[in-house]
Ligand binder design. Structure first.
Ligand code: HEC
Length: 163
């Protein structure tokens, strides 16, 4: 490869790396879950608050025991999905902390769902602040088995290394 071409490749790599770093910095400061500890780090009073908020805002659909709606895998006549369980039998614990924060804050729209996706899951932005959303999710996480908690903590670490 001619020297000039090589230099251009290096410049391109450096610029891409700089852009990735800038994006990661932005994500940590402004992204969902910014500056909040891991869900698994909640203390007893945060879990207490999370439980109250869960019963107030989420239990009507996701169930007071996190069991979800009956037949939650089958679409309703309107084509939408019922509310899934948040316990081990659902798939909430397959998502990293930041994705869960983003789903609850902004709802199931891009990047959490394909464009135009129709869902009954409300967006809580403006109704619950980030600390409250974090507390609800920490409460949910506290109800998982130890194996599920460890799995979710692992994908949370992997996800935050990627960003
Ligand atoms: C009006 C009913 C309703 C309420 C209230 C509601 N949800 Fe949901 N939620 C849903 C439905 C329905 C889905 C699945 C939607 C889909 O996939 O289309 C869902 C999905 C989710 C998911 C994604 C789960 C996964 O495995 O992908 C999370 C996380 C979630 N809800 C958290 C909450 C939290 C936390 C609250 C309370 C602050 C809440 N929801 C309140 C109906 C509701």
């Amino acid at each position: 490869m001619p020297r000039r071409g090589l230099r251009r490749v290096w410049l391109w790599l450096a610029l891409t790396a700089a852009a990735a770093l800038a994006l990661a910095g932005w994500w940590n400061v402004f992204g969902p879950g910014a500056a909040l500890p891991a869900l698994s780090a909640a203390n007893a009073s945060q879990l207490e608050l999370g439980g109250q908020l869960y019963r107030q805002h989420c239990a009507a659909c996701h169930g007071d025991r996190l069991q979800g709606q009956t037949d939650w895998r089958r679409r309703k006549p309107d084509g939408r999905l019922p509310a899934p369980p948040h316990d081990d039998s659902g798939h909430t614990w397959h998502h990293p902390d930041a994705v869960l924060m983003s789903i609850v804050r902004d709802g199931l729209r891009p990047p959490n769902a394909p464009p135009g996706y129709q869902s009954d899951m409300p967006a809580y932005r403006g109704q619950l602040d980030d600390q409250q959303i974090w507390a609800v999710l920490a409460y949910i996480a506290s109800q998982w088995s130890q194996a599920s908690r460890e799995h979710q903590a692992r994908i949370t670490r992997m996800h935050s290394q990627m960003h």
